[in-house]
Write a protein of this length. Structure first.
Length: 236
């Protein structure tokens, strides 16, 4: 009985066994991506069509984090950037078919604060400490917009797109300049919920988190998105 009790005490260690502060880098993936979009107006010689194509893969992310931790509660600050590639094209009677689709990189920048608590602490004797945690917080996000008909009208300063008489390179440059200007990015803030698993070996600290962000239209027509994050850093 005493042996079983001793083993139980070793496995369930108090939360303060984890470090009081830490920092590191994080990589991850958004589990959402921009879908396809197609718009046509007019008919015959006056027909104009704008197409954007679904991303081939989910955007990847990279960033950094820092936290303070005491008695199982932690406050964490993060910043990250994410990027994913998609393609679009634009056709009218003057430009019946582009030589190739125009590639563009969708981008997102975010910072967030998360308050979380260990809900289960475990210890692997002589190897590592581990904890399951859950929490929530607040984040602010900005992302490039997906190409659409209203955007093209604004960029080309033409209400009737059948009047556009520009080459592919000119259209590509105008749209790229518009999308890379952060003043034209979609911006949103909102709450997030997350759950994670943390491992610590000596001063090496790792986290695996799943998070759902509530931020409308960062991904067009979506109320939010799910992301996975892997963090690696040092804890003191």
């Amino acid at each position: 009985m005493k042996k079983m009790l001793s083993l139980f005490m070793i496995v369930l260690v108090p939360s303060f066994a984890f470090a009081l502060a830490g920092f590191g880098i994080q990589v991850g993936s958004d589990l959402s991506k921009l879908g396809s979009y197609s718009y046509s107006e007019g008919s015959g010689l006056t027909e104009v069509t704008i197409n954007t194509y679904e991303m081939e893969s989910n955007p990847g992310s990279f960033g950094g984090y820092a936290f303070i931790d005491l008695f199982g509660f932690a406050l964490e600050a993060e910043s990250e950037i994410a990027a994913g590639k998609y393609e679009f094209d634009f056709t009218n009677q003057f430009l019946p078919e582009m030589e190739q689709k125009i590639p563009f990189v969708w981008g997102r920048g975010s910072y967030s604060f998360t308050f979380k608590k260990n809900i289960m602490d475990l210890s692997i004797p002589f190897l590592a400490k581990a904890a399951v945690n859950a929490g929530g917080g607040f984040g602010s996000h900005a992302a490039t917009k997906r190409v659409n008909v209203d955007m093209v009208r604004s960029i080309l300063d033409e209400e009737d797109l059948s009047n556009v008489n520009l080459g592919q390179n000119e259209i590509e440059t105008l749209i790229e300049d518009f999308l890379t200007n952060t003043e034209n990015w979609e911006k949103a803030s909102g709450l997030h919920l997350q759950a994670g698993l943390r491992f610590k070996v000596l001063v090496l600290d790792t986290h695996i988190n799943a998070r759902y962000n509530l931020a409308k239209d960062i991904y067009t027509d979506k109320a939010g998105w799910l992301q996975l994050m892997f963090k690696l850093g040092f804890a003191i």
